[in-house]
Design a binder for this molecule. Structure first.
Ligand code: NAP
Ligand code: F7E
Length: 337
């Protein structure tokens, strides 16, 4: 039985990856940092099947100790300060965790378990002010936020450990991927949670920032499979993971509101406080290499993604016994008890 060590297991991707690896027969060890209130909501359903290990990307000794103790075959580094907007307010913390944290973990791997395989969660935010469209593995980086800058550092640190020490290290350059488990401050979940709150009379409208930003949005459950496939190859290599489609924030709003029979223009307002000092206007990935080398393709369409997120947030309100105040529930939710 192979052992996988996941940092960031309490996050969106960590929870889906842990579930996927359990179905593949892995022993799953998830690293969690200490928090005053429990942060295990996303992994409640699998807590009895995974082993939780306490450590922090800010603490070198904890990483060394855990790798020594668990001797993982595969290391998935998903932990990060991952919210771009917050990275402008906390640039130093973001760099410590999202950039230097990667050097800490790679160094721990080199010294303790050099035979392990390492996955780094790289990001399309590294392309930033894009120099070509669609973006592929060879597209130059031009990050536009402290988060993007940190991810470029982490990406090159991973390449460097592969080239310097012949370690099996690779990066997935993942474009935006979402799910009902997406953090509430990211735009997709902010919209779908807002739609549900409006339908059930808990909120009047949704203030947003740049409605014209375009992203290549996929489903997180599909994307974690690509992470695992990357570590099963003969050679370590970096891959773009994306859908190959781009949509605006406005498109997302339109589909989300029409799911409940409402017009987004009646509820969405623009508040400049959600603008960023520098914006990434357009992201569109070319996942050809992942399709050809890994046999990976996304299974969830953009519309299906929006619907599954809206439906999940609606179901949550319905389960609380609240009554519909505006719009209507989709057919599938009318029949469920
Ligand atoms: P997420 O939901 O924000 O999860 C981040 C995880 O990192 C959480 O488990 C968090 O723990 C943990 N963490 C934060 N600081 C830590 C520290 N100092 N030490 C240890 N753990 C720490 O992010 P996600 O959406 O799952 O994304 C997973 C990874 O992929 C991240 O590296 C992100 O930057 C990258 N990425 C995401 C996307 C996307 O669209 N989702 C796209 C490209 C790349 P707490 O629960 O304690 O906060
Ligand atoms: O913003 C615009 C915002 O915060 C998407 C992270 O997972 O994906 C994510 O980063 C777009 C931006 O995600 C609001 O300006 C408008 O153009 O959902 P987001 P992100 O910044 O793309 C990448 C790939 C990662 O790696 C990151 O970890 O939507 N937008 N109005 C808004 N964004 C937010 N959050 N809130 C708004 O009100």
């Amino acid at each position: 039985m192979k052992t996988a060590f996941i940092t960031g297991i309490t996050g969106q991707d960590g929870s889906y990856l842990a579930e996927h690896l359990l179905t593949q027969g892995y022993r799953v060890v998830g690293m969690m940092r200490r928090t005053a209130t429990p942060s295990t909501e996303r992994i409640e359903g699998i807590l009895d099947q995974v082993e939780i290990a306490h450590g922090d990307l800010l603490d070198q000794s904890s990483l060394m100790r855990l790798l020594e103790e668990y001797q993982p075959d595969e290391i998935y580094n998903l932990a990060a300060q991952s919210f771009v907007h917050a990275s402008f307010h906390e640039p130093i913390h973001t760099a410590e965790v999202t950039a230097v944290g990667v050097s800490r973990l790679l160094e721990a791997m080199r010294l303790v378990v050099p035979g392990a395989r390492y996955y780094q969660a790289s990001s399309s935010e590294m392309f930033g002010k894009v120099s070509e469209t669609p973006q592929k593995e060879s597209t130059p980086f031009h990050p536009r936020s402290p988060y993007g800058v940190s991810k470029v550092y982490a990406h090159w640190a991973t390449v460097n450990y592969r080239e310097s020490y012949d370690l099996f290290c690779c990066s997935g350059i993942l474009f935006n991927h979402e799910s009902p488990r997406r953090g509430i401050e990211f735009v997709t979940r902010k919209i779908t949670a807002g739609v549900a709150a409006i339908v059930f009379g808990k909120q009047e409208g949704i203030p947003l920032g740049n409605l014209d930003a375009r992203r290549d949005w996929g489903f997180a459950g599909d994307y974690v499979e690509a992470m695992h496939l990357m570590l099963q190859q003969d050679e370590p290599k970096d891959f773009v993971v994306a859908t190959g489609e781009t949509h605006s924030v406005r498109d997302f709003c339109r589909i989300a509101f029409s799911r409940v029979g409402l017009d987004y223009e009646d509820f969405v307002s623009v508040d400049p406080k959600f603008y960023r000092p520098a914006e990434v206007d357009l992201l569109l990935g070319d996942p050809s290499l992942a399709r050809e080398n890994l046999g990976w393709t996304p299974r969830t369409s953009f519309e299906e993604l929006v619907h599954l997120m809206v439906d999940s947030d609606l179901a949550h309100h319905k389960d609380l016994g609240l009554q519909v105040q505006k719009g209507s529930l989709p057919e599938s939710l009318l029949t469920t008890t």
